[in-house]
Design a protein around this ligand. Structure first.
Ligand SMILES: N[C@@H](CCC[C@H](N)C(=O)O)C(=O)O
Length: 284
């Protein structure tokens, strides 16, 4: 039996990217990788793509948002969960904006509609050491990695961007036909990415529209990935394929992404959904 037995949780999603959110701010325990994986697996818990914890975590001031992938690994950033947590905290505080902490730094979220939230996701990191890559690549707009079997590559030369977590983005003519379920895991575990990587295929529709499908590190294909949408817009703009503002269409819906020229920060705007609450069973 774990310390979560009897504890309540919320189910939320951002464009179908599913979260179980556990509020541990008044508890004196944290979750670990095994517990996160047990919560995320629908055979043993409520099931989700990411487990999100709200914590008082030292040395952070204020509320800390913990992000745990379905495989149990803890990571630093989650765009869709940031909108969900922003919405929850703003409701708690009866406020129109809020700041909270993550492993990737402080985030600022504000309300732009009833269940529509904007988040300042910070500045992208573009140097190969910051992605991180295992070897020097001076131009992260086009890195030397192949998607598919070494002797018969299907795609090659993605961009790499870190937006609090590592992303690699392949620009393709048709995102729908890419076998992301086959190639996603190969690239996620490619030795060029020492912390593994989130893998996207991006189809540029126009200067202001991108179609994106994502294989998430530690979670597989999800209906939407907010940080991937941010990374894709940055990569597309660096390749002069789009402007600095675009609608990114994921399987679960649209995100508006802007990479601001004046301060280099990425603003992500999109919907959130509250599905309901639940309680971990007494024998959890
Ligand atoms: N779904 C998230 C990203 C979650 C973390 C990611 N899988 C990673 O391992 O970095 C999003 O909306 O950004």
């Amino acid at each position: 039996m774990s310390e979560l037995a009897g504890q309540t949780y919320l189910k939320m999603n951002g464009l179908g990217n599913e979260f179980v959110i556990v509020d541990l701010r008044k508890k004196n325990y944290a979750i670990d990788a095994d517990t996160a994986a047990k919560i995320a697996d629908p055979k043993t818990g409520p099931g989700c793509d990411q487990v999100i914890t709200l914590e008082k975590r030292k040395p952070y001031e204020g509320v800390f948002m913990g992000v745990w992938n379905a495989d149990g690994g803890e990571v630093d950033a989650c765009g869709n969960a940031s909108r969900c947590v922003g919405w929850l905290l703003m409701n708690d505080l009866e406020s129109k904006e809020v700041r909270f902490q993550t492993g990737a730094g402080e985030l600022h979220a504000w309300r732009v509609g009833d269940k529509r939230i904007a988040v300042d996701m910070g500045e992208p990191k573009l140097h190969w050491r910051e992605i991180p890559l295992a070897e020097q690549m001076d131009d992260t707009r086009f890195i030397d990695v192949k998607l598919g079997p070494i002797d018969k590559p299907v795609l090659w030369g993605p961009s790499a961007v870190n937006v609090g977590n590592p992303h690699c983005i392949f620009f393709v003519e048709d995102a729908e036909t890419q076998a992301l379920d086959r190639f996603g895991p190969m690239i996620e575990h490619h030795p060029l990415f020492p912390e593994r990587v989130n893998v996207s295929v991006a189809q540029v529709i126009s200067k202001h529209a991108i179609r994106l499908r994502v294989w998430e590190r530690g979670a597989g294909i999800t209906k939407a990935c907010g940080t991937a949408a941010c990374a894709a817009l940055v990569a597309a703009n660096r390749r002069r394929l789009t402007g600095r503002k675009a609608t990114v269409t994921l399987d679960g819906g649209d995100l508006a992404i802007e990479w601001r020229e004046e301060d280099n920060r990425i603003i992500m705007t999109g919907a959130i959904e509250l599905e309901g609450d639940g309680r971990f069973p007494d024998n959890f």
